[in-house]
Every structure is written in C-alpha cells, then in structure tokens.
Design a binder for this molecule. Structure first.
Ligand SMILES: NC(=O)c1ccc[n+]([C@@H]2O[C@H](COP(=O)([O-])OP(=O)(O)OC[C@H]3O[C@@H](n4cnc5c(N)ncnc54)[C@H](OP(=O)(O)O)[C@@H]3O)[C@@H](O)[C@H]2O)c1
Length: 220
C-alpha cells in the first residue's frame, strides 16, 4: 500500500520503520523538509518528501504531529491522494504541557479527533494515540498469540475503520472497535485505556469504564 506519514518523530518514525519492513511504500514528511530525513530514509527505504507531497497517491495518510501544529498544515495537504483515502489520527491534546488551550475542544466539547477532522477537512480514524511509540517496534506479535496487545480504533466510516484495523493486525496488534469519533473521548489521554498494554478483553473493559468528563490535567 502507498502510505504517507506526516510527522517523523517518535510515532511517525516508528510507523515508518514497521510499515516499510512490511513492504509498504512509505512517504514521510516533517516540518523542516526532506533533507533532514535522509537518515530515516537510508534506514528504512522510505521516501522523504515535503509535507505537501506526503499524501500524493496515498491510500492511507497518518497525521502524527503535535496537535497544535495541525491547523498550520498547508491548505490542500491531502490533495492528490488516492480515491478512498483514509487518514489515521494518532494525536493527543496536551493543553498544559504543549498545545495551549484549544477552544473547539474545551468550549464546544469536540473530541480531539473531531476537532482534527475540522482542521484538515477530512474524516479520520483514531488509532495509536495511546500507544507508546517504542511498543510499535517492541510489541508486535502474531495473530492468535495470547500475549498480543490490543489497540482501540475509533472512526465513523466502517469501511475506513476496517481497513485500518487490518493494517494494525498486519503490524502485529489486535484491535478493539471503540465506536465513532464522537465516542473517541473513551481513548483520549488519562482514560483507563490510554497507555494500557493489554489484550482485547481488558481494552474493551477499559473503554467501557471511561469517564466522559475531561480530566483536570488535560484542561487548558
Ligand atoms: N510519543 C508517543 O509515545 C506518542 C504516543 C501516542 C500518541 N502520540 C501523539 O502523536 C503525535 C506525535 O507524537 P510524537 O511523539 O511522534 O511527536 P514528536 O516526536 O514530537 O514528533 C513530531 C513530528 O511532527 C513533525 N511536525 C511538527 N509540525 C509539523 C508540521 N507543521 N508539518 C509537518 N510535520 C510537522 C515534526 O517535524 P520536525 O522535527 O521537523 O519539527 C516531528 O517529525 C502527538 O500528537 C502525540 O501526542 C505520541
């Protein structure tokens, strides 16, 4: 599959490593330009590109940058993608440490992913947001292994969500359907499932136990 990755940090870098290892054709972009990604490219075989080129021809685009950088992505950043593009959103809102206060999330009560959809003008599938970046490299296991980690995946489009769940299975993780984007508060920071390293049953239970109230530590 042709996959574009916007963000080459902890998560974007490790997704680049694993997805190229699986044989996917990965284009990867950061904020400073492709000349700063030569090492990652040499290591993985991914193609370093400008952010405006990351989505070109891609079936899947991963947006994995600090949440407060999302509104600054260039207009038309997803133009030129393949038909049926699915966008994965891995991002989290850290108002006190990183992102500052975002009114759409705090005052309108939008989930973080719904807010991101409005910024980029495209639906998203929320995945990996509660996954430690290093676990993407360290914890893949074959399907059926009782120790396999499960990741929650939320999205409104069932076809898009199924596609991303299949990709995550290929990456070595089970998934749990966490509902639509309006339900995705269940996997935001400080919820029981956030950072949980467990299988399908425990992840399902943790999603059910989430509290819809935004925790004080994650209010701006
Ligand atoms: N770290 C984790 O374990 C983890 C786990 C789950 C979810 N997340 C979430 O996933 C997102 C990414 O986290 P991370 O830890 O991977 O971040 P990170 O290590 O800080 O990397 C951020 C990346 O985004 C790039 N970037 C920033 N602004 C950009 C822009 N305008 N256009 C293109 N690229 C841009 C940066 O490029 P430059 O270096 O060139 O500026 C860098 O490659 C965050 O929202 C985070 O909350 C992180």
């Amino acid at each position: 599959m042709k996959i574009g990755i916007i963000g080459a940090g902890n998560i974007g870098g490790n997704l680049t490593r694993r997805l190229t290892a699986l044989g996917h054709e990965v284009s990867v972009a950061n904020s400073r330009g492709p000349h700063t990604l030569t090492q990652l490219a040499a290591e993985t075989g991914a193609t370093p590109v400008a952010v405006t080129e990351a989505a070109r021809g891609a079936e899947v685009v991963v947006v994995t940058i600090p949440l407060n950088a999302v509104p600054g992505l260039p207009a038309g950043v997803l133009d030129g993608a393949a038909d049926g593009l699915v966008v994965i959103d891995t991002n989290n809102y850290y108002p006190q440490q990183r992102d500052g206060r975002i009114a759409g999330i705090e005052d309108e009560g939008l989930t973080e992913s719904r807010w991101i959809e409005r910024q980029i003008g495209h639906p998203v599938v929320k995945a990996f947001n509660g996954t430690y970046a290093q676990d993407i490299l360290d914890r893949p296991l074959p399907a059926g292994d009782p120790a396999r980690t499960a990741l929650p995946v939320a999205g409104d489009d069932e076809v898009a969500k199924a596609k991303i769940r299949a990709l995550i299975d290929e990456l070595g993780f089970d998934t749990v359907d966490a509902g639509g984007i309006d339900d995705s508060w269940r996997q935001q920071p400080d919820t029981p499932v956030y950072g949980l390293r467990a299988g399908v049953a425990e992840v399902t239970k943790a999603l059910a136990e989430a509290d819809p109230e935004r925790p004080a530590a994650f209010r701006g």
